[in-house]
Each structure stands twice: as structure tokens, then as C-alpha cells.
Design a protein around this ligand. Structure first.
Ligand SMILES: Cc1cc2nc3c(=O)[nH]c(=O)nc-3n(C[C@H](O)[C@H](O)[C@H](O)COP(=O)(O)OP(=O)(O)OC[C@H]3O[C@@H](n4cnc5c(N)ncnc54)[C@H](O)[C@@H]3O)c2cc1C
Length: 408
């Protein structure tokens, strides 16, 4: 295929969840699509691998819930098309000090977006979740319907399979080292490390933690996307309590607001284990990581687990950890924009998903596909995701609830 006369309609660079979902969406629209990945497909060196991700409609920013609602519908459509499940629905429970600005913003964003919610006091929380969540004095809970668990590796495989079914060409072990514009015919030339190149009319860059270096090389534009090394952490549920933490018995996906922001999912992927990590991580180079959990984070989690779940969960030490990466922007908001420069609207960059993008993969794929197909993404305002926001203010979008943004 290298240096062949094939001119693709779209080349997607990076086959994490965003690139795979985008390739599915472009191929489905009948665009001749090539998806390129530097490592093996379904590798564990980026952000989209593992056993679980949370989907929830509760966000302090009021522009995310409509995207979650669309994504939720698209997740269901994709799993119906493939014929197996990647999306396990449950409820969502958010908690934190009643004066926490992010949590207050969650409540007003639910109100603005007509998302039904209930604010619960400590004793009501105790009743609602059969005594499992113990809230400190002065904390409140916010219960909503739209929570759930997504299976990341299985979901990426699903999008890749669907992309293939719709005629996309998928190729791994192909690191893109440059992307150029052919001035003679306007085509995009995507150059691989091995020396070959591929041609297309449009291009989408979904390179996760490598976005900053690739965009820097291609356009000389420094996007403030910082890779962070983080850990997924599993804890053992004490004998006799295992069933209480399952989706079948009404256990929710949850988040605890404040510094740090802690989140978790029901016991699902490993029976008898519950995932409770901290949102955030240590700055890293994507190709140089420790692969080890941060001990301070583990200590913080031990205290939190003891306080919230008492004897139901063994807070002594984690029983399993997995390394992963966030690609963090200063404001925690995504970057979804045309690349500009000599590429104008022929290339789209979708990155900086800041540790909360997985749930949005279907809608991001839909948006990126529409941007390359028609130049406009319908039904969504991309103002908060523009690259230019960092030129206007190096910290990006202003937020009134800094605690949440810092912890991301
Ligand atoms: C521990 C953890 C927990 C999370 N929890 C949640 C959650 O509960 N809910 C939620 O919504 N989100 C969550 N997220 C965030 C979510 O997983 C990410 O936002 C999402 O996976 C980002 O996907 P991506 O495709 O942008 O990046 P990646 O998955 O990193 O994919 C980018 C791909 O591009 C490839 N690539 C890069 N450069 C090149 C190149 N030059 N040539 C070819 N290929 C290249 C990389 O190898 C990689 O495969 C979590 C993330 C982590 C790490």
C-alpha cells in the first residue's frame, strides 16, 4: 500500500478509542478510510485500554451533558450493530462537601440540561444505598439515573471491527512521523517512520498523549496537552459484602468531589473487586513511564475508602493496579478543531481528553467525521474546544469551580 496510487478520503492517525470511533463514523458515511496506529492494535500504552470506564451525565460544565446523552444513544446503536455489549447501565452517585463549588455546579448543570436529580443528605444516602456510603458531616449526595460502565478494550475492538465492516483499511505498527500538504494537488501526505507514505484528501489526528509532539512537528503549533501517568486501582471487597457492590443490586458508578477527586465503578470486571482510583496523575513523557502507582495516592485512597465504606472494603492495600495515561489540557476541556495553517479545514485534531473522554468517543467520532465530510459538525457548539482559546488565555476556558479543574 505504501506510496501506492490510492488516495483515501480520510486518514485517521491514532487507533485509541477516539481514532477507532472516528474511523467507524467516516467509513459508515462511505468515505474511503485508513486508520493508522503506531503500536499493536489494542495495546496498553495509551489511554483507551483496560476493563472499565464510567459514563455519567453529571458535569459541572453545562456543555458536556448533551454530548453524554448523544453518546449514550450512539453507544447503544454501535453495540446493537456489533451484537455484543460494551455498555452496562447503572445509576450515578456524586458526593462531596455541600459547599463544594464543582458539586454545586453539577446540580445547576443538571437543572439546565433537564437531567432528573435528587440531592440527598447523609442519612438519606445511607438508606438509598443500603448503608454502603457513609458521608461525613456536611456532605451531600446527588443521585442521577444516567450512569454506567463501558468496557474500554472491548469497545475499541468493536469500533475497529465496525470500521472494517464498513470498508475501512486498518494498519498497526505504523508510526506517523509527519503530515504534509502536497502543494501541487492539495492532497495530504502522511509519512510513516518506515519511510512509506499514504495520501488522502482529509486527515484526523487522534494521537492521545502524543498529540502535542505530532501537532508540534506537523504545524509548529504547541498545544498545551500534558500527558499524565495515572493508575487504575482495585480493592478487595470483604467477604459477605460482594453482592452489594454489583450493578444487579443497584450499586452506582460514583464520584467524590474535592481535592482529590475520587471515582469508582461497581464490581463487574473482577468479581469481588471494586475499582477506586484518583482522578489525576504525574506529568510524564508518553514513552517514559514508571508504570507504578503513586504511593501518596494509595494512602489518600485508603483513608477515603475506610471513611466511606467502613468494613465492607479492605482498605489495607490495593490488590491490582494498571498504568494508564491522561492527556491533560489546562482547563480540562477537549481540543476538537481544524488544524489550520496550511491544512486549513482539511485536517482535524481531536485530543486533550483530560481523563474524561472515553464516554464521549461515539459523539467525538461523529463530530470529527462530520467536520471532515462537510466542514461543520451539527448539533454541537465547539466553542469551548477551540485551539485558539489558549492563545486568548494560556489557562484556557474560565471556570468558576477551580477545585474540580485542578484535580483533573
Ligand atoms: C485510568 C484512566 C481512567 C479513565 N476513566 C475514564 C472514565 O471513567 N470515563 C471517561 O469518560 N474517560 C475516562 N478516561 C479517559 C479516557 O480513557 C480517554 O479520554 C480516552 O481513552 C482518550 O482516547 P484517545 O484515543 O484520545 O487516546 P489514546 O487511547 O492514547 O489513543 C491515541 C492513539 O494514537 C496512537 N498514536 C499516537 N501517535 C501516533 C503516531 N505518530 N502514529 C500512529 N499512531 C499514533 C497511540 O499509540 C494511541 O493508540 C480514563 C483514562 C484513564 C487513563
Amino acid at each position: 500500500m505504501e506510496n501506492s496510487s490510492t488516495v483515501f478520503d480520510v486518514i485517521v492517525v491514532g487507533a485509541g478509542v477516539m481514532g477507532s470511533s472516528t474511523a467507524y463514523q467516516t467509513a459508515k458515511r462511505g468515505l474511503k478510510t485508513l486508520l493508522l496506529e503506531q503500536f499493536d492494535f489494542l495495546h496498553h500504552r495509551g489511554s483507551s485500554h483496560g476493563e472499565s470506564r464510567t459514563i455519567r451525565a453529571t458535569y459541572p460544565e453545562d456543555y458536556y451533558p448533551p454530548m453524554v446523552i448523544e453518546s449514550s444513544r450512539l453507544w447503544e446503536e454501535a453495540q446493537a450493530e456489533i451484537g455484543y455489549k460494551v455498555y452496562f447501565k447503572t445509576t450515578q452517585f456524586d458526593m462531596g462537601p455541600s459547599d463544594n463549588k464543582s458539586l454545586q455546579a453539577v446540580v445547576s448543570s443538571c437543572r439546565k440540561n433537564s437531567i432528573p436529580f435528587r440531592v440527598l443528605q447523609g442519612d438519606e444516602v445511607f438508606k438509598e444505598y443500603s448503608g454502603l456510603f457513609q458521608l461525613p458531616e456536611g456532605w451531600i449526595g446527588v443521585a442521577t439515573q444516567d450512569g454506567g460502565v463501558l468496557k474500554p478494550t472491548k469497545a475499541v475492538a468493536m469500533f475497529q471491527t465496525l470500521a472494517l465492516r464498513h470498508g475501512a483499511v486498518l494498519r498497526d505498527g505504523t508510526e506517523v512521523v509527519n503530515i504534509e500538504k502536497d502543494k501541487e494537488n492539495g492532497e495530504i501526505v502522511v509519512c510513516a517512520r518506515e519511510g512509506g507514505h499514504f495520501r488522502s484528501r482529509k486527515c484526523v489526528i487522534t494521537a492521545g498523549s502524543w498529540t502535542k509532539s505530532l501537532v508540534g512537528k506537523v504545524r509548529g503549533l504547541i498545544l498545551p496537552i500534558q500527558p499524565l501517568e495515572t493508575s487504575v486501582i482495585y480493592w478487595k471487597i470483604n467477604p459477605g459484602h460482594e453482592d452489594k457492590f454489583t450493578i444487579e443490586n443497584g450499586f452506582p458508578t460514583f464520584a467524590s468531589y474535592g481535592d482529590p477527586y475520587i471515582y469508582g465503578t461497581p464490581a463487574l470486571e473482577f468479581p469481588g473487586l471494586i475499582k477506586i482510583p484518583v482522578h489525576g496523575g504525574r506529568a510524564c513523557e508518553p514513552n517514559e513511564r514508571t508504570w507504578a502507582p503513586d504511593q501518596e495516592t494509595v494512602e489518600t485512597l485508603r483513608e477515603w475508602i475506610k471513611g466511606r465504606f467502613g468494613e465492607a472494603v479492605d482498605s489495607d492495600k490495593p490488590v491490582q493496579t494498571q498504568s494508564c495515561m491522561y492527556s491533560m489540557t489546562p482547563d480540562g476541556d477537549f481540543v476538537i478543531d481544524f488544524l489550520g495553517g496550511e491544512f486549513g479545514e482539511d485536517a482535524v485534531v481531536a485530543g486533550g481528553f483530560s481523563g474524561h473522554g472515553f464516554k464521549m468517543a461515539p459523539v467525538v467520532g461523529r463530530i470529527a467525521a462530520e467536520m471532515v465530510a462537510t466542514g461543520v459538525a451539527g448539533g454541537v457548539d465547539l466553542t469551548c474546544f477551540r485551539i485558539a482559546r489558549f492563545e486568548e488565555n494560556f489557562r484556557g476556558n474560565f471556570k468558576d469551580f477551580e477545585d474540580q479543574v485542578r484535580s483533573r
